[in-house]
Ligand binder design. Structure first.
Ligand code: HEC
Ligand code: HEC
Ligand code: HEC
Ligand code: HEC
Length: 158
């Protein structure tokens, strides 16, 4: 090949190398993906505390509810629903109980069917949740008329 082909190629390779070297010095060590994988994309770990002061945390997780709603907490922890966050059904706690003073209660069948509508895709963990056919399984009656969402098995000991 002629040198007029090689020369631009070397220039390009040189530029790429310069970028890689500069990156080593310029990109902070804690920039990357962290515990939650790609959920939050690439970010600087040390910025987390800063952002917590700028944006209020909306979801508090079940530990937050434990002391005030100890009956619900204790009950659900004995059941397969223990792995679901309370806020998955009740919405983000934010500053509850001051703001909002109450969290939403959604008794619709759709609330439960989000997870219990049977899905066939075997590669997704979602397929492992037991599904019911909403057309046949006691249609038109709210699920919570029969199943306590915090203790869903009817007549079960747990
Ligand atoms: C510091 C205590 C406290 C914490 C923490 C707390 N709650 Fe509450 N919650 C209350 C109070 C007080 C009420 C109002 C009770 C009432 O009016 O019956 C309430 C009401 C609710 C209601 C509505 C009850 C109804 O009958 O309408 C839901 C649902 C609820 N909380 C869920 C949660 C969940 C889920 C969490 C955790 C993410 C949580 N709460 C954390 C104290 C708390
Ligand atoms: C699978 C969805 C789901 C999950 C998970 C869930 N709840 Fe509920 N919760 C409901 C529904 C639906 C009702 C209304 C039940 C009814 O009235 O028949 C309810 C009612 C309540 C109430 C008010 C009614 C009462 O009996 O006092 C509180 C408080 C509450 N839930 C707290 C919690 C807490 C705390 C957690 C987690 C430890 C939790 N819930 C997890 C769906 C859920
Ligand atoms: C966020 C997903 C999710 C939601 C929403 C949800 N469930 Fe479940 N449910 C599960 C998982 C996961 C299990 C455990 C796997 C299984 O038993 O198939 C389960 C198990 C159950 C079981 C079997 C309990 C046992 O001890 O064998 C019943 C019944 C049930 N759910 C009813 C409901 C009802 C009623 C609602 C609505 C109030 C609801 N679920 C909402 C995920 C969910
Ligand atoms: C009229 C009462 C009634 C209503 C309404 C009802 N169920 Fe059931 N469901 C039952 C009974 C009874 C069983 C069998 C006993 C058990 O497993 O708890 C059952 C079983 C289940 C199971 C376990 C299935 C299995 O293969 O073991 C799931 C999941 C379930 N129901 C979800 C729901 C959902 C979601 C709704 C609302 C869309 C709903 N149910 C509405 C009475 C009801």
């Amino acid at each position: 090949m002629k040198s007029h082909v090689w020369r631009p190629l070397f220039v390009v390779i040189g530029i790429v190398l310069l970028i890689l070297i500069a990156r080593q010095f310029l990109v902070p060590k804690d920039f990357g993906i962290h515990e939650r994988g790609y959920m939050y994309g690439w970010y600087k770990k040390s910025n987390e505390e800063y952002w917590k002061t700028k944006i209020a945390v909306k979801y508090k997780s079940a530990e937050y509810c434990k002391d005030c709603h100890s009956d619900k907490y204790a009950m659900i922890m004995q059941t397969p629903h223990a792995i679901i966050q309370c806020e998955n059904c009740h919405g983000p706690a934010m500053e509850h109980p001051s703001d909002p003073p109450k969290l939403a209660i959604d008794k619709s069948r759709a609330q439960c069917l989000r997870c219990h509508y049977p899905l066939p895709y075997p590669t997704s963990g979602r397929a492992n949740i037991r599904g019911i056919d909403p057309e046949k399984h006691n249609p038109d009656v709210e699920c919570s008329m029969c199943h306590n969402p915090h203790k869903p098995k009817i007549g079960g000991t747990k």
